[in-house]
Ligand binder design. Structure first.
Ligand SMILES: C[S@@+](CC[C@H](N)C(=O)[O-])C[C@H]1O[C@@H](n2cnc3c(N)ncnc32)[C@H](O)[C@@H]1O
Length: 226
């Protein structure tokens, strides 16, 4: 196990080392090496995306939470499912490309099923039209998962189900965010889903790049499958 060193400067250096990586596989390898310290490091960053996504889902979900099946895509160590559990959801399936992150998710005992998949390279390994809630937090951004994967998120939800996604709004991620939003809108025009709410959040997480200071902003998108 790695030594605990979770000062902000240390966490910043860890994250900036990953920004040099270019391919999705490099990124997943980075998460394999970061997994053990991930939860404590993102706490230092004041990473609020899991709770913000869970709040958005919770305030619009009108079904039976105990019976609902939630698909957590890019689940990491399980922070999103833990937040959703506190809102009364109990049944979770998780998917991630990093074996080390999946191991920690497994140890959390929050998920009934966990699967490994490289998003963008292979299809989501799930049945389409099945899930009451599909959530993807912290992985739709430059250098991680291609924006086009949101089509598979929509396919995996059941009609009437909700799909929640997040992205960062900082300088480095602007182009990715614009591509993502074009895809979300295009899918709405195709009649695949309707937008329930978009929440822009100013204090998303602490900034780590040289160009930014304080907090960067981010966005939570909530859609309903038609
Ligand atoms: C910032 S973490 C977010 C984890 C969790 N959703 C959370 O909010 O704490 C990003 C996760 O996406 C996964 N990931 C990144 N790119 C991926 C890809 N192309 N395929 C599968 N998983 C990927 C990483 O392994 C990591 O667990």
């Amino acid at each position: 196990m790695s030594a605990v060193n979770n000062t902000f400067e240390h966490v910043k250096a860890v994250i900036l080392s990953a920004h040099k990586d270019t391919t999705s596989r490099d990124k997943v390898n980075f998460y394999n090496s970061w997994a053990e310290n991930y939860d404590q490091d993102v706490a230092v960053l004041d990473y609020r995306a899991p709770s913000l996504a869970a709040n958005s889902i919770s305030s619009h979900f009108s079904g039976d939470r105990d019976a609902a099946v939630v698909l957590d895509v890019a689940c990491g160590t399980g922070l999103v499912a833990k937040q959703m559990k506190s809102h009364g959801f109990t049944h979770f399936v998780g998917i991630d490309g990093s074996e080390a992150m999946l191991r920690l998710a497994r140890e959390s005992r929050v998920y009934q099923d966990l699967k490994k998949a490289m998003l963008g390279e292979e299809q989501l390994p799930v049945q389409w039209d099945l899930f009451d809630v599909v959530v993807m937090v912290g992985a739709l951004s430059i250098g991680q998962v291609p924006a086009g994967v949101v089509r598979q998120l929509c396919k995996s939800a059941k009609p009437g189900g909700c799909i929640c996604m997040t992205t960062r709004s900082n300088h480095e991620n602007q182009e990715y965010k614009a591509i993502l939003e074009r895809e979300l809108k295009q899918m709405e025009e195709e009649g695949l889903w309707s937008c329930v709410e978009v929440t822009e959040v100013a204090d998303w997480e602490r900034a780590v790049s040289k160009e930014e200071e304080g907090y960067i902003s981010g966005a939570v998108y909530l859609y309903k499958k038609l």
